[in-house]
Design a protein. Structure first.
Length: 288
């Protein structure tokens, strides 16, 4: 069970835990909690807290999705990309002077760690950008002291990285509702809550937001069509909870990713990634 507490919701959470130990009631609270983040931005700013056990469980699944759970996979630089991909969520880190259409997230994770008084390697604290300027340079440095320290830091902070992903999820619904057309907002919020109430809901939402973003950045579009969580939820129109919601989310995610590949620039060769992407989103409906 993922126990979530913040602001005025803390009393509600405690009451739910005292009155019922059933997973069903706690999932209802999770959905209500996440929905509250969208309509109460003051309280939504207070961090969500999940147990270390739950954070590790979710984090290991995300890590498995990104790099098969390997230590080496914590420090990657994919072919054809202009940035390093670090940690369990492959957080983006651009070299000095380099920027692209995708949101840079690794510096935000470092700030998150520092705010929680987590010990960060000194050179990371001092770095204003990724110290490796190209994929070739990054590859040559795989056995360097800095790279070994970076992998050790990332391997020892799986739960913290998950907390960072959950914090991003906490803010995602409000962003998506701001971006959605007024007539779509009720459905987007309803679909978010449906997914959140499933057994894999927190994992599925956290993973997809980390994987493909909220879908609110106009730079993350091909032919004007996005591929983030907002677009996945907009495509959903069901009403059933539990397994039906999980299956619809998984299927909608797959459809949005296929559309992305179809719209992508030919030189990116994104079709090579599609089988792995589809396998990833298929896990959202497993055991639901």
């Amino acid at each position: 069970m993922i126990a979530l507490y913040f602001g005025r919701a803390q009393k509600v959470a405690t009451l739910v835990e005292k009155q019922s130990s059933s997973t069903h009631h706690r999932r209802i609270f999770l959905a209500a909690f996440l929905a509250l983040a969208a309509v109460d931005p003051i309280h939504a700013a207070v961090p969500i807290h999940i147990s270390k056990e739950d954070a590790l469980r979710i984090g290991k699944r995300v890590w498995q999705n990104e790099s098969n759970g390997s230590i080496a996979g914590l420090t990657a630089w994919n072919a054809g990309e202009d940035f390093a991909s670090l940690g369990i969520g492959h957080f983006i880190w651009y070299p000095q002077g380099m920027r692209g259409p995708f949101e840079e997230s690794f510096p935000k994770f470092l700030a998150f760690a520092q705010q929680r008084n987590v010990t960060v390697p000194v050179w990371l604290n001092q770095a204003s950008a990724c110290p490796w300027n190209s994929r070739a340079e990054f590859s040559r440095a795989q056995n360097s002291t800095q790279m070994r320290e970076l992998r050790q830091f990332l391997a020892h902070t799986v739960d913290l990285q998950t907390q960072f992903l959950v914090a991003r999820l906490q803010q995602s619904l409000a962003k998506m509702l701001d971006e959605a057309a007024p007539g779509e907002r009720v459905n987007v919020e309803r679909q978010f809550a449906r997914v959140a109430s499933t057994p894999n809901g927190c994992y599925a939402l956290v993973d997809y937001v980390n994987f493909k973003g909220e879908g609110v950045l106009h730079t993350e579009r091909y032919h004007g069509e996005g591929w983030g969580l907002l677009q996945v939820l907009q495509r959903m129109h069901g009403t059933g909870d539990g397994a039906p919601a999980a299956r619809e989310f998984s299927n909608s995610s797959a459809a949005i990713l296929r559309r992305r590949v179809q719209n992508s620039p030919p030189e990116r060769h994104e079709a090579r990634w599609l089988p792995g992407w589809l396998n990833r989103v298929r896990s959202y409906s497993e055991n639901s």
